[in-house]
Design a protein around this ligand. Structure first.
Ligand code: U5P
Length: 240
């Protein structure tokens, strides 16, 4: 595959075309952002670590019947993915209270839920990704009802599998964000990335944060923490 024109620059990734119209070239950048991109710093190895972590997780999910856009990892910072039309929604699944849920409802940190909580946020930098409910999604014609139902179904399957993977790593999956796209024939396909940038992970023994909260809250060195996540994940997934 040949790297083509730059299509999109995100907060932590760049997307390029390839010589195959169905395939995109994704470069994971060594940088971290917070506050919707208003705070941005270089972080050694972060792109490499997230590329590897996301590649291992997407491979695992596919093996467990959850199809996704991942094709293959090409190099330290690059992976190939299938081109889809992104649905402008962030799908968040929560197993315990943290972040915006904890602030919004004033509940105790890591209060656990009997059932996972599912939320959508409308992707808009100008609006700061506001919460959006199903009828608002319908009113704005962001996605049709069957697409929303399918996103929820897949999100809960992803949650179940991720909880299993992370439990084997002695890590609690507090919450995570995923994104979906539509294939040319209209199927909902898991896309974007799954990494410590998009998950809240807490060590089950020490209760230490092993995710981007380390950067958001200045809790320590992000690279060290992401290296630890990759080390444990690589062990669970049977080596590099
Ligand atoms: N999240 C993202 N990107 C965002 C906002 C949130 O990946 O732009 C993830 C967080 O890392 C967390 C989950 O795992 O979604 C819920 O975030 P919050 O709504 O509690 O801030």
């Amino acid at each position: 595959f040949k790297k083509g024109e730059l299509l999109y620059t995100g907060k932590a990734k760049e997307m390029y075309a390839t010589d195959d119209p169905e395939v995109l070239w994704v470069e994971y950048l060594d940088q971290a952002t917070a506050l919707n991109g208003k705070r941005k710093v270089a972080v050694d190895e972060k792109g490499l670590l997230n590329n590897r972590i996301s590649s291992l997780i997407f491979t695992d999910l596919a093996k467990h019947g959850i199809k996704n856009h991942f094709i293959e990892q090409l190099s330290d910072h690059v992976q190939l993915v299938r081109r889809v039309k992104m649905i402008p929604l962030e799908t968040v699944v929560r197993n315990a209270a943290s972040g915006s849920f904890e602030r919004k409802f004033g509940v105790s940190h890591l209060m656990t839920f009997d059932q996972p909580v599912l939320e959508f946020f409308y992707k808009s930098d100008a609006l700061d990704d506001p919460f959006i409910n199903d009828s608002q999604v319908a009113a704005l014609q962001v996605a049709d009802e069957s697409t929303v139902a399918e996103m929820k179904r897949q999100a809960l399957l992803v949650n179940t599998r991720l909880q299993t993977i992370f439990a084997e790593m002695n890590v609690q999956l507090v919450d995570f964000k995923i994104e979906f796209g539509l294939t040319a024939d209209g199927h909902v396909l898991l896309a974007d990335e799954i990494s410590p940038d998009s998950c809240r992970l807490v060590d089950k023994t020490t209760h230490q944060s092993l995710d981007k909260d380390v950067f958001r809250k200045n809790l320590g060195d992000l690279t060290t923490v992401y290296q630890e996540v990759l080390k444990r994940l690589a062990t669970v997934e049977g080596g590099q």
